[in-house]
Design a protein around this ligand. Structure first.
Ligand SMILES: [Zn+2]
Length: 291
């Protein structure tokens, strides 16, 4: 238990038709909230950091906090580096003790994406015990979501997806299927479920080999989440919602207690709100009780 491999965790989730939440954090308060939520829900969980907060707090500091919290938790917890476009920094985080690394070379031409992704896969596998995630197609920001989902060329092509996974040896695959980062501007964002289903069938039809990742979890309607799990989604990334939760809960607390100068109480308010948001996600993903 505690410090875990994402690949094994997500193979289990795919087989069991549930998904694992991957929650982006920037601070100790959020790290603690993720682990506390996982313990309370008896759910496997992935903590992830994007590159900027990882550099700001430093990877060795993140890893030290992660290991301390995870080793005391009776549930499996991973530490994942999200959307890293720098090969060298992927290696730095693998060396520091991240358990999963996402190399995001999806903006580069196909062959270069393969080359960089394979370099990180080989590096992480040689170190042992580190899973890797790669991306094909464009997971846009919401500003571009409509444009991207209507442009076939920016979605992951199923045949190319298989080639990408086979030539890189990737552990987890994030195909662009029309989900987006940020807050969706429409109630019904256009998500290509059948595209994910086809990729899932081609990759995992004869036994789960490469679990699939859904980016842009924030704001997806619950019925979309259910359908995405049914067609193979096993890791859901949630970032924007936790940023809003942290900032709104902090702002609300300070506004209501303007004369009080007790940072510890602000931390408690922010952590409570974050833990509640994460537990709600775990319920939607059906991961409670799966640890
Ligand atoms: Zn993402």
């Amino acid at each position: 238990m505690s410090i875990a491999s994402a690949k094994e965790m997500l193979v289990e989730a795919t087989k069991g038709k549930y998904a694992v939440g991957a929650f982006n954090v920037t601070s100790l308060i959020q790290l603690e909230a993720v682990v506390e939520a996982a313990v309370e829900k008896k759910a496997p969980v992935i903590i992830q950091t994007s590159v900027k907060p990882s550099k700001f707090l430093r990877p060795d500091v993140f890893v030290a906090i992660y290991r301390t919290l995870a080793s005391q938790a009776p549930v499996p917890v991973c530490l994942h580096l999200d959307h890293c476009t720098e090969v060298a920094y992927c290696k730095t985080c693998a060396d520091a003790g991240y358990t999963n690394i996402m190399i995001d070379a999806s903006k580069l031409p196909f062959e270069e994406n393969i080359r960089q992704t394979k370099e990180i896969v080989d590096y992480c596998h040689a170190k042992g015990g580190i899973s890797t995630e790669g991306e094909l197609g464009t997971v846009s920001g919401v500003e571009d979501q409509i444009k991207v989902t209507e442009d076939e060329a920016q979605l992951a092509n199923p045949k190319q997806s298989i080639e990408f996974v086979e030539r890189t040896g990737l552990d987890l695959f994030a195909p662009a299927i029309g989900t987006a980062h940020g807050v969706y501007k429409t109630k019904n964002p256009k998500v290509h479920f059948e595209r994910l289903e086809e990729i899932h069938r081609l990759l995992n039809g004869k036994g789960v080999r490469v679990p699939l990742v859904v980016h842009g979890g924030t704001g997806l309607p619950p019925e979309y989440i259910e359908r995405l799990i049914a067609v193979g989604g096993s890791k859901f990334n949630v970032s924007t919602e936790l940023k809003y939760t942290l900032i709104d809960s902090t702002f609300d607390y300070i506004t209501q207690h303007r004369e009080e100068y007790d940072p510890g109480k602000i931390d408690v308010a922010a952590k409570d709100a974050t833990r509640a948001a994460i537990m709600h996600w775990m319920d939607m993903l059906r991961s409670p009780g799966k640890a």
